[in-house]
Design a protein around this ligand. Structure first.
Ligand code: PBG
Length: 333
């Protein structure tokens, strides 16, 4: 048959496929999220098989291992004991709290590993919301914006003082990027970066994470601050706003179901784009593979290459360590 143009010629061998491959993954793309808790114990997380909540001591060893694999950054999520959770979330800026202690310990042990901290109130708040909650007489919950931003600034300052390289507001309050930037600059932390969760959707895929930290909202949902999954133009508005307020990097979250938003962001900003493959995405892959229905390595790598191809420069993923190990065994596969 005369078919002059045969795209299959460019797929005919592993060598040619490697030569023309458009997207590649490397450990340098990843950020490893790490859970931590008070005390000596390491606790396997029931809602996220294969993931551990680390003790203050052992998380340092884990950070060292992560750095050895060539992963440049970690992001920390604390489980706060119930007796420290209050309506004003004041534990979030306690200079002797779990996060500042652990940030300092990790920066001491691995000064070159980038430590990112999560700025939001939900682990500290007795209401389980990312912001301060006001309950109206009619029973309606209001998540207070400006009052929350004030507390987020104190939290960011506390993390910066402990040595965090990047603070990462995941709360979706209005105006928090500008406010945090000003607070950091006024206190002399001009070198501390802001990675903004700009387009963070009100997603069912966060379920296992809330189980890991016991941080689910006690009442109501997060739809008055996190975005409606149906909206794309609104994401562009949030991304543009955060860039103009001084964010250094922008994040889309979740990743897999929102690849169009990652691509939209890539076309509309020159800032680095991060994408968060969240706990539910992790759990779906893990559980399908545990049942023998999907191949773990192939599925994980395909999910990550899809996120990179869509336009993400940085991928936050619970598979970071595992994927970095696979890449070391067979780079480029
Ligand atoms: C809370 C926060 C959440 C995640 C990261 N920071 C949960 C939420 O917004 O309810 C989710 C991460 C994941 O599911 O892996 N500020």
């Amino acid at each position: 048959m005369k078919i002059p143009i045969r795209p299959r010629r460019n797929r005919k061998s592993a060598g040619i496929r490697a030569m023309i491959r458009e997207t590649s993954l490397s450990a340098a793309d990843f950020v490893q999220p790490l859970f931590l808790q008070d005390g000596e114990e390491n606790t396997p997380i029931a809602s996220m098989p294969g993931i551990t909540r680390w003790s203050e001591k052992d998380i340092v060893n884990e950070a060292i291992e992560i750095e050895k694999l060539g992963i440049p950054a970690i992001v920390l999520f604390p489980k706060i004991p119930d007796h420290l959770k209050t309506a004003d979330a004041a534990e979030c800026f306690n200079p002797n709290g779990l996060i500042p202690r652990v940030v300092a310990a990790i920066k001491h042990a691995c000064p070159h590993l980038i430590v990112i901290t999560d700025v939001a109130l939900d682990p500290y708040n007795s209401d389980g919301h990312d912001g301060l909650v006001k309950k109206h007489p009619n029973g309606n919950l209001e998540i207070l914006n400006d009052e929350t931003v004030h507390v987020l600034c104190q939290q960011a300052l506390c993390h910066a003082a402990a040595g965090a390289d990047i603070v990462s507001p995941s709360d979706m309050m209005d105006g928090r990027i500008a406010a945090i930037r000003h607070a950091l600059d006024d206190a002399g932390y001009t070198h501390v970066s802001i990675l903004s969760y700009s387009a963070k959707y009100a997603s069912a895929y966060y379920g296992p994470f809330r189980g890991a930290l016991d941080s689910a909202p006690k009442e109501g949902d997060k739809k008055t601050y996190q975005m409606d999954p149906a909206n794309a133009r609104e994401a562009l508005r949030e991304l543009t706003l955060d860039e103009s307020e001084g964010a250094d990097m922008l994040m889309i979250k979740p990743a897999g179901p929102y690849l169009d938003i990652i691509a939209l962001a890539r076309q509309n900003t020159s800032l680095p784009i991060a994408a968060y493959q969240v706990s539910g995405e992790y759990l779906m892959i893990q559980s399908a593979c545990a049942a023998g229905w999907l191949d773990l390595r192939a599925t994980v790598m395909e999910s990550l290459i899809g996120i990179k191809r869509a336009g993400a420069d940085i991928i936050l993923t619970y598979f970071a360590k595992q994927a970095a190990e696979w890449l070391q065994q067979q780079p480029g596969k």
